[in-house]
Ligand binder design. Sequence first.
Ligand code: ME8
Length: 701
Amino acid sequence: MKNTFYVTTPIYYVNAEPHIGHAYTTIVADALTKFKRQRGIDSFFLTGTDEHGINIERKAEERGIAVKQHVDEIVDKFKTAFARLDINYDRWIRTTDAAHEEAVQKLWTLLKEKGYIYKGHYEGWFCGNCNEFKEVEAGDENPTCPTHLKALERVAEASYFFKLSAFQERLLKYYEAHPEFVQPEARRNEVISFVKSGLKDLSVSRVSVKWGIAVPDDAEHTIYVWLDALSNYITALGWGNEHFDGFEKYWLNEVDGKPVSNALHLVGKDILRFHAVYWPAFLLAAEVPLPKTVFVHGMLLKGGQKMGKSTGNAIKLETLHEHFTNDMIRYFLLREVPFGQDGEVTYEAMIERVNADLANGLGNLASRTLTMVKNYFAGQPPRAFDAEADDAKGVRAALTQAKEKFDDEYAALNFSRALEAAWSGIANVDKFITDNQPWKLAKDEAARAKLEAVISTAYETLRQVVLLVAPVLPHTAKAIWQQMGLAGEPLQFNPREATWGEALEIAKVENVTPAFPKLNKEKIVSEIENSEDHQAMATDSQPNAPSDASPKATTGTTANPVAPTEAANKPSATATTPSSDDTKPATVASSEKIAIDDFIKVELRAATILEAERVPKADKLLRLQVDVGEATPRQILAGIAEYYAPEEVVGKKIVIVANLAPRKMRGFESNGMLLAASVGENGRPVLATFGEEVPNGTRLK
Ligand code: ME8
């Protein structure tokens, strides 16, 4: 069996700028590749961009530029963002690469020759964002996409079909025989039950989409984007084209005389079915060995909602870079969110994690150990392991265990648990240092041997831990390694071969600088909350903001659709939510038109104000507890305090926007906003209410 490793990320759509979600999968792939390489495994890491399809065609049209120019610009943004995160991929595939296009046409021809593609006619409902036809309830004439909440498009045209239905049994057998194929287990079960429910043939060409790869011998049609995009995982290695020669080496493997693949696809759960059903069916049809594993991770959430371009609530990479180093971002994402599960991301949690684990944990171990080497041993680390004290033996034994656990968990993609194991090594040696009080031993000539043993153990533990964490914290690991006087770089050494106390040439420890600064939570959070990006982001996620079709997503401008001064002069319907710094009502210019599917996104509900109080040092804010028919009341901050006394609003029936992402203001979280008309010169808010009794929680449509 060959010892190679091949990992891929999804190839990202070029209809929006990269955000933390894209960075997440790609950082994981990078940290995994570094881990494998450190252990001597020949590895290949592929990422790239998915550039065809109706949505991208439209995006360029909206921007008034050629599609090629549009995709080139967004690809550059992705590449720059990933380079900034120290992501070292081996190849960036673009579905507009000539070699890829050529290979996809070969795959098409192969599937057709084998009898799996036939021509027919398609009628159905299509979502351009999912690039998928959707099942719709009979009689629904205005269906919306359940993911994007946008109106589906009716498509009725000639189409080629892939005989997916012919693969139902073969797929089920394959899942059964290869439990490692779809992971984690819960996703595997989901896929199995989906396939058991029946597979229909798949429409795999479009005549109305021009921006795509032409169907061989029928150039009226373009190839369905998912067939085009999924193929990237093999075309990038040279399958079906002459331009690359990695297919044999990285895709193919042999076990018990049978061809199998080593490939690992990392994907988010949003695209599970494409990878776990369609892709293996295409490969089975083409008689190409299936990837070893499709590992499906969860979604990064904000306020319980998936971060993404449709919701406009994704944390921007620039904001992260302003306040956190790359290593902090990488560590947080791998440590905080168990890989495979959804995870809420907040700046507060990031800062707490950085301070506890990086500044206090690893950083503190490095600086206290190296400072003692400098002060007590003139910078030359002692290597005295013969006469180890019993407790030093304990530290060593625990570290050996931690190393094994780290490798096992990491290889199984349990990054969080792997890091926890490494940090248990840190906690152990920290306690050992504190228990032995080397600062006291240093004052006693007779305790010199003991001091040597203690510092040797601390230094050696640090060395081993730095080797372990290097794939996750490449910069910091290297910086600490250099400060330790060690030669080379930690990523060059296999931790499994680094034996405890081995003879090493070590230069003198000269400068000891903290590996991580301690972050000031209040300061950073308030800076982020007051930043332009954050304001724009909060506005984006409001119902009247343009959806992911907005030019903002592609051009990076932070144009704000809200026009408070203009609207304040006219009586108009106003959604009253305070901005973070004061309580100016945000209003939509009345000339702006929105589509019905934009409106459907807004969840308006009837509610009753149960409690109200003023917010200290915020003249315009009232803090309300509101009954929306849920198990517990919600807190909403409203900018109405200048016009309504708290006791005046208690008991009032109001209308709220119930699906607004939470925002923090003056230290309080606001979970929604109430509706009011903005009347007169000053935009006096008049609360919207009902003419007759309506139960709390009732939706307005
Ligand atoms: O789906 N949390 O591209 P895409 C975690 N082009 N990961 C997230 C995330 C979030 N909130 N948001 C995005 C496509 N991702 C297709 C793929 S592959 C042949 C074609 C990550 O730009 C995650 O990996 O919509 C998710 O699966 C992917 O970005 C979707 O990227």
